[in-house]
Write a protein that binds this ligand. Structure first.
Ligand code: NAG
Ligand code: NAG
Ligand code: NAG
Length: 513
């Protein structure tokens, strides 16, 4: 019954997709054997090479998809008015430069989260009207690297406003400027704060995107929207020019449809940036030859994976329980050694250390970010709070601003702040690091993003891969490891992804506006 329905439904969708996507492309019809939808970076580069596709056609496709789907999904906050011109430039370069001299991301459209500065016609506002009209001094470090690689900045992705550091009450995926972002599978909860980045790649509004994470903001929306997210080791990618929460926990990473796309984006954005000195120390983790070499189908062979049962809570949901049992079996069948029934001594449960630290770090780092702007309607956290009060409708003051108010009350690093930082360092060392080393683990595997706080507090990397759909709601599996373990995590994630191939594009609805 269900599968018959699915067949009719799919045919219906195809017709709609064709009608909806191709009118604007009639003068430049694509070779019939190539479809942009779900295409990977490698597929796109091959299509460029075979003259089946140009960057202009690709950008036109996405602009059209954004026009059709974004009024409902609200994954995209702004479209770059120069995107087509940049596509033309990429097409010209491809025709005139030596084959093989262009980077993997050359001519590929990418969205960056709206907390990531671009020195162009796009605004950088963290979703807030308080930053509308601000002028950034320069591109964010990661944007500089994207432009050097020839990627096309297609626009800004929506987010939970201020990366969810305004208020606990604000809904995930909501910002005053971007509205309520929606999960394309359920038209409901997208998780945050890099909601728009995940929504947009999931719904094929762009090829790839960047998100940022302080605690869960890449891993959680990736899990909810059935995409791959890499939360890199803190410092592996530059945070310069990113509206901050905490220099100790903030990190910028790829959100893409596949592990291979995420690896290509990561190798483009990782590296030293003199505007973020943490990148100097972390550059020792970057492998010679980049991350793509770790896309190995047999990448699970011999890997020791820790199963930490306290993160396998399914609230009595037997289907989820069964699914993860199957996934663990798959990991074993692909050659991984599972070290089961592990426990992490998490000294921070019920402790306010992270909250204490983020509060003072947010105030210090946001004030520094605002001070560095060329012009801005707000020059300090206190100004932002006043702006929200002064524009209660525009900024939906009913969502409150408790996190900002708490942060504003802090006054630098005192005794309790030092204690909080110490507690977190100690907890990471006695907890996660000890577990990894004692059991000689390559990674820990958990459902969803249930492990993200452990990874966040210690600055450790994690990768989310699509793991299934329950009643149409996507969920992911997460692999986390010690600092600099991205090569191993990519091997593991890619091998799992290729063994399961779970991701499906969201159902294309007739989206009513
Ligand atoms: C940036 O914001 C201004 C003011 O609202 C707006 O006029 C402009 O179109 C925005 N830029 C883009 C690229 O959307
Ligand atoms: C980075 O470190 C150098 C050398 O210690 C220092 O001069 C510079 O101001 C630092 N830059 C930033 C952005 O902190
Ligand atoms: C940190 O650890 C100390 C000593 O174990 C404890 O008293 C304190 O409550 C912890 N939390 C914070 C936020 O300092």
């Amino acid at each position: 019954m269900e599968s018959t329905h699915a067949c009719y439904f799919l045919q219906f969708l195809c017709i709609i997709l064709v009608l909806v996507t191709f009118p604007s492309m009639l003068p430049t019809t694509l070779a019939s054997d190539f479809s942009i939808k779900e295409a990977t970076i490698q597929d796109l580069q091959l299509a460029f090479k075979r003259n089946q596709l140009t960057s202009r056609q690709l950008v036109e496709f996405y602009l059209n998809q954004i026009k059709i789907q974004n009024p409902v999904l609200k994954g995209v906050l702004e479209v770059n008015p120069d995107a087509l011109a940049h596509a033309d430039r990429a097409d010209h370069e491809r025709r005139t430069k030596a084959p093989g001299s262009l980077s993997g991301l050359h001519g590929i459209p990418i969205l960056v989260k709206d907390n990531t500065a671009t020195k162009d016609k796009l605004n950088t506002t963290a979703g807030s009207f308080a930053l509308l009209g601000s002028v950034v001094p320069r591109d964010a470090g990661v944007v500089t690297k994207l432009r050097e690689a020839g990627a096309i900045i297609l626009g800004k992705a929506t987010l939970s406003e201020w990366s969810h550091y305004r208020s606990n009450e604000a809904p995930n995926g909501w910002s005053a400027r971007g509205g309520q972002g929606k999960n394309p599978y359920t038209l409901d909860e997208p998780c945050g704060s890099s909601s728009g980045s995940a929504i947009s790649v999931a719904a094929n509004l762009v090829s790839v995107s960047l998100g940022t994470e302080t605690d869960g903001s890449i891993l959680c929306p990736s899990s909810f929207n059935s995409v791959v997210g890499i939360k890199p080791t803190v410092g592996l990618t530059s945070r310069a020019g990113v509206v901050p929460i905490s220099p100790r926990q903030d990190t910028v990473g790829p959100i893409c449809r596949t592990v291979s796309d995420a690896a290509y984006v990561l190798e483009t954005i990782a590296g030293i940036d003199t505007y973020d000195n943490a990148t100097i120390e972390a550059s020792k983790y970057i492998p010679k030859g980049g991350y793509a070499q770790f896309l190995k189908k047999d990448g699970l062979r011999g890997k020791r994976l820790g199963v930490v049962r306290q993160f396998y809570e399914f609230g009595g949901d037997t289907l989820l329980d069964e699914t993860f049992k199957l996934h663990l079996k798959t990991l074993r069948q692909r050659g991984a050694i599972l070290v089961d029934n592990l426990k992490i001594d998490n000294e921070l449960i019920g402790d306010q250390s992270e909250e204490i630290a983020l509060n003072f770090e947010f105030k210090l780092s946001l004030n520094a970010y605002l001070k560095d702007l060329v012009t801005s309607p707000v020059k300090s956290l206190a100004d932002v709070i006043a702006f929200n009060k002064k524009h209660p409708k525009l900024e939906k003051i009913e969502y409150g601003q408790d996190l900002m108010l708490q942060a504003e009350k802090t006054n630098g690093i005192g005794k309790s702040e030092k204690q909080a930082l110490l507690n977190m360092t100690r907890s990471s060392q006695n907890g996660f690091e000890k577990l990894m080393k004692r059991n000689k683990l390559d990674a820990v595997v958990t459902p969803f993003s249930s492990f993200s706080s452990i990874l966040a507090i210690g600055g450790y990397p994690g990768v989310n891969v699509p793991a299934g759909y329950e009643k149409g709601v996507p969920f992911g599996i997460c692999f986390g490891g010690l600092k600099g373990s991205e090569p191993k995590l990519i091997e593991i994630a890619y091998s799992f992804e290729q063994a399961t191939l779970i991701r499906k594009p969201p159902p294309l609805r007739k989206l009513e506006v």
